[in-house]
Design a protein around this ligand. Sequence first.
Ligand code: FDA
Length: 436
Amino acid sequence: MGRAFAYVILGGGVAAGYAALEFVRRRSDGAAGELCIISDETVAPYERPALSKGYLSPEGGARLPAFHTCAGANDQLLTNNWYREHGIELILGTKVISVDVRRKTLFTSAGETISYATLIVATGARALKLEEIGGNGSDAENVCYLRNLEDADKLIRVMRSCPGGDAVVIGGGYIGMECAAALVANNIKVTIVFPGKHCMENLFTPKIAEFYENYYASKGVTFIKGTVVSSLAISSGKVTTAILRDGRRLPADMVVVGIGARANTALFEGQLVMEKGGIKVSGQMRTSDASVYAVGDVAAFPVKLLGAEVRRLEHVDCARRTARHAVAAALDSSGATGDIDYLPFFYSRVFALSWKFYGDNTGKAVHFGDLDFSASSSSKPKFGALWVSAGRIAGAFLEGGSPEEYEAIAHAVRRGTAVPDVAVLARQGLAFIVQE
Ligand code: FDA
């Protein structure tokens, strides 16, 4: 059995959805029969960040179809009907088990061979398992990961099975922090364990982290830092206790694991050039094979703003923009599409808080705003940091900003606003940029 398409998108996540919309917009003659999306998920592409936010709300949680792509960019909502109406073949619940790049063919778990003229790889990333870092327990009934809808449904089921119970969250990155906030909202007591000195170690400064950790503590969350869960004690298929390296034992009705992700590159190892744990692409998102593009979490691409340094960014905005750029390049027969000019952007929302980060957190961090948390402080705190590197603003973090302020910090990072005197920036804080 075999089918052939001019364009195939492998993977059905955020990048796939945005690529499909871009495809339709650029093809006034229609996409009918030309494009197919193959995904091992059973639903059409959706906005993955919703899974750790609205989807976990105790009441009236977000549900599909409301957060299919491209709802997250306030654009069209691509439901199954949308794909049908545009003649895009959506092959769902189907895993691609191997790819032959030289022959331009994919082989699926359903035994089908699909050939392409152009392939867009949008396989994203997978959650790293405890076993991969020497731990155990991933298969236990009450151990949860969070990467896809199935994971989110399990998390909800497990939360609901132990109201008022104890959760151990392993990992202090954004998955751990967002899940912890959701667990609290669902009336679960949370202890977060991670090896670092503070939460969100790759992004937050110690001062910024202190604010969030104090905020979480005010909601009843306990932090255990500088150690790891070395094993999980399991009885009748369920974890009962998390045992720390220092011997401490934490009772657990459930465990949520957020210890990082790995790009899904396995299908292309030995066939495409890899870098930074992902598939290396050019500024047009083209891989080492001219017929194959890679986008989203799986792609390592040159970031112009950072002197064309190759980065792999596991951020939703990056998935959206790289997907659009790849489609623009793939459909451009003149070859005039330039290199992507991407401004790295990441955001998170927890409890009543919400922050955005632009650029690169290198250089000296200059803080501003209400960074001293106390339970009595403002319910809408505003603070942040600006990173100054080689006399210019390289990165900006802002909690509680207005749309204009976010726009201003993005602009300052994009143009690399000069900072002749760091002391002036430290005194003026956000005003230094907003008045600019
Ligand atoms: P994505 O993972 O979305 O899609 C990959 C798709 O490929 C999946 O459908 C997968 O099943 C499929 N696939 C993989 N291998 C396959 C195979 N062999 N055969 C068939 N299908 C295959 N970012 C941010 O900036 N702010 C935020 O707040 C959040 N929040 C957040 C929460 C949670 C819970 C997660 C998991 C992630 C985030 N992110 C985020 C990150 C963001 O969601 C992520 O960067 C994008 O989803 C990446 O989009 P991709 O399309 O590259 O991968």
